[in-house]
Design a protein around this ligand. Sequence first.
Ligand code: ATP
Length: 411
Amino acid sequence: MQNKALDGLFQELLATEPIFNNKEVLRPTYTPDTLVHRDEQINSLATILVSALRGDTPSNILIYGKTGTGKTAASRHVGRELERIGEQLNVQCSVVYVNCEVIDTQYRLLANLARQFGEDVPMTGWPTDQVFAKFKEVIDSKKQVIVVILDEIDKLVKKGDDVLYNLSRANSDLKQAKVSMIGVSNDLKFTEFLDPRVKSSLGEEEIIFPPYDADQISDILMERAEIAYKNGVLEESVIPLCAAFAAQEHGDARRALDLLRVAGELAEREKKPHVQEEHVRRAQDKIEVDRVIEVVKTLPTQSKLALCAVINLRNNGYKNVTTGEVYNVYRQLCINVDMDILTQRRVTDLMSELDMLGIVNALVVSKGRYGRTKEIVLSVPVSSTQRVLFEDYRLKPLEDFKPVITTQMHL
Ligand SMILES: Nc1ncnc2c1ncn2[C@@H]1O[C@H](COP(=O)(O)OP(=O)(O)OP(=O)(O)O)[C@@H](O)[C@H]1O
């Protein structure tokens, strides 16, 4: 019976006219052939990397810019073109890409690079010196210029900058190959903690990717929508609205593309023939809720308890609360679930972390002769956040707990 019903459902779904031509081009994994509004940055990259086509080592490059400003797409695009032209000119050069969010230690990076050149180095187990020696031997045997793109390079240096120091010195040991690096980061400050030698070597050239404005994002979306959607499916206001939302959030093209995709998915699910403004607004909410859920899920338990206290107060009608009030409720929650109680100072620090993650908004306010205190306002939807918090079995008993709320000031 169930199979029959499902069969019918699939048939029905397949019979509805799809609105997408190719949804994949709206996903972050897709690299477009052309990148609009990035001519200046692409030209700078090409001007530096052209040395590779002459058989010389290009200067190392650091690329900075906020998230979704096209750093990865532009560096991969230029890398691909460099390899293609190298082939045409019969000049050996390779561009390899590593995401340091995943490959975040010296060992893993060197092993990964050696593997990209066909050497079977195990991903753990060897002494680091041996992996480094193998890496140099492998790339030297290639007799070519190698450009390594280190995306999210700040994640790699979190555990020390030896790897960058070693890589930047590798050329002095290589006889037949040359290595240069492109570091990509959205953290403008990460070089502050680097050894000055690494800093100056890595930042020989710096290229900044500024945020896109709403018009530029519209152009990016227009190009992508032409391939992604069937003709005439998007109502006129859809792209400008996606662009406006994304421009408000520091000009993030990835966010804009996500909005355009999710809006289409919502329209498709409702079997609507057109994507409308209303779908974009709901897509914006959905993406925000999904983001919050992901962040809240991975919070440490103590932060979850502090957040739970803010929500509890909010559910009892207190929208702006002081850290003292939050602490008061937090203590009661800890006792109820038998968890250690942190000091008020620690809980205030946890609040600042939640503020940085965009989950609460903490404002310092003056309370006249009582001095200054922080006022906390929840900046995420209550019901979905609560749901995620209570999915944690340690917090589950708090679902029906009613703390005693005292609103006198705690400074
Ligand atoms: N100028 C552009 N033209 C077309 N698509 C673009 C452009 N800039 C960015 N995109 C698209 O936006 C998305 C995000 O771009 P990309 O991954 O390059 O950003 P990023 O700056 O590297 O971000 P992050 O720092 O978060 O990694 C990708 O899908 C990319 O294809």
